[in-house]
Design a protein. Structure first.
Length: 320
C-alpha cells in the first residue's frame, strides 16, 4: 500500500454501510429516539473530538495524561515490558506515546472504528517508533472481533483510555470488560481510564463548552446522516443539550428538535415534536469502589489505581 510506513500492517474488520443504515433507522424509530455515540467518529467527528480534548472545560484528557506521565514506570512494571500491547479506541492521542515509551512493546495493536483516522495516526506513530510492529485494526470493539496476532495469547496487556467505558450501560460495560479479559487471557492486564463522579457544574461545562466544539461534535452526527444516508436534517433546527443525571451518575447528550418537523433518512420519514430529543450519548461516571465492583463482575482483580490530586479522573490496573 503506497504511503504506509514499513512498521504498519492494516487489518479491516469494520462494519459495512448497511450496518450503519440499519442501526440509524432502528434508533430513530425507537421511542425515545436514540443514536449510538460510536456514530460520532467519522473523519470530521474524530477531528472534532480531538479538538474537544484540548478545550479548557474538558478536563479528562489532560488529567489522564498527567496521571500516565506521573506513574508510567510503575504501570510498565505491572503491565510488563517488550510484549504485545492492545489499545481499544486508539484515536490519535498522546497517551499511547507515553505508554509506548515506558512499555516498549514488540507489537502494538491499535483498534479503532474510524478507518482513516486510525491509518493516519498509525503512520505518524511508526515514524516516532521505527522498531515497533503496528497491527492497526479497524473494528467496532463493542462487538466481538478477531485479534490480528499469532502465537501466545496469554498475559497480554490492553489499554482502554479516556473513560470510553463510560459510553456503555453498566451491564454492557461488564460484557465488554469480559471480552477484554478473554482477549488478554489468564494473567493479562488492563490499564483503563475511568472518569470520576463530581460536581454537576464541572461535568456539564465539560460537555457544553463555551466555544461550542462539543455542540458541533454532537450535531456532526446529523451532518453525517445527511452525507451518508441521504438524510435532510436542518442543522439549525436541532440544538445541543448536555445534562448530568446525578442519580444515574451519567452525563447525557441530546439533540433537541427546536420545532415540529419531519425528516427523511434513507427514504424513511421520521416525525419530531417540538422539544423532542435524540439521545446521542451517555457518559457514565464512577467512584472507585463502584468501578472495582463492575470490574470484579467481569473477572478482573483490581491491582492498582492512580488518581490526580483533585480526584477528577482515575486510571486502574486490572488483572485477569
Ligand atoms: C470518548 C466517550 C470518553 O464521554 O467524555 C466528549 C466523548 N462526548 N465530549 C466522553 C465525549 C462529548 C468522551 N468519550
Amino acid at each position: 500500500r503506497p504511503g504506509v510506513a514499513p512498521g504498519v500492517r492494516f487489518f479491516d474488520a469494520h462494519p459495512t454501510p448497511d450496518d450503519l443504515r440499519a442501526e440509524v433507522l432502528a434508533g430513530l424509530a425507537a421511542s425515545p429516539k436514540r443514536l449510538s455515540p460510536k456514530l460520532f467518529y467519522d473523519a470530521r467527528g474524530s477531528r472534532l473530538f480531538d479538538a474537544i480534548t484540548e478545550l479548557p472545560e474538558y478536563y479528562p484528557t489532560r488529567t489522564e495524561i498527567g496521571i500516565l506521565c506521573d506513574h508510567g514506570e510503575e504501570m510498565a512494571d505491572l503491565l510488563g515490558r517488550g510484549r504485545v500491547l492492545l489499545e481499544l479506541g486508539s484515536g490519535s492521542s498522546l497517551k499511547i506515546r507515553i505508554l509506548l515509551a515506558a512499555l516498549e512493546p514488540e507489537v502494538y495493536v491499535p483498534i479503532d472504528i474510524s478507518r482513516e483516522h486510525l491509518r493516519a495516526s498509525a503512520e505518524s506513530l511508526a515514524e516516532h517508533f521505527p522498531a515497533l510492529a503496528i497491527h492497526a485494526t479497524c473494528a467496532d470493539y463493542s462487538v466481538p472481533f478477531e485479534l490480528p496476532i499469532e502465537g501466545d495469547r496469554e498475559g497480554l496487556a490492553a489499554f482502554f483510555p479516556g473513560s470510553s467505558i463510560g459510553n456503555f450501560e453498566p451491564e454492557e460495560a461488564r460484557a465488554l470488560l469480559l471480552r477484554v479479559a478473554a482477549l488478554v487471557g489468564i494473567g493479562g492486564r488492563l490499564l483503563i481510564g475511568v472518569d470520576l463522579r463530581k460536581e454537576r457544574a464541572v461535568l456539564e461545562a465539560a460537555y457544553d463548552d463555551a466555544q461550542g466544539v462539543t455542540a458541533a461534535f454532537n450535531r456532526n452526527l446529523l451532518e453525517r446522516l445527511n452525507r451518508e444516508l441521504d438524510a435532510d436534517f436542518d442543522l439549525d433546527a436541532f440544538a445541543h443539550r448536555a445534562r448530568y443525571d446525578a442519580a444515574l451518575g451519567r452525563v447525557e447528550m441530546h439533540l433537541e428538535s427546536l420545532r415540529g418537523q419531519t425528516v427523511t433518512v434513507a427514504g424513511q420519514r421520521f416525525v419530531f415534536a417540538a422539544g423532542e430529543t435524540i439521545h446521542t450519548e451517555n457518559s457514565y461516571k464512577y467512584d472507585i469502589a463502584g468501578f472495582h465492583q463492575l470490574a470484579a463482575g467481569a473477572g478482573f482483580v483490581p491491582e492498582r489505581v492512580w488518581t490526580d490530586p483533585h480526584r477528577l479522573f482515575s486510571v486502574h490496573c486490572l488483572r485477569v
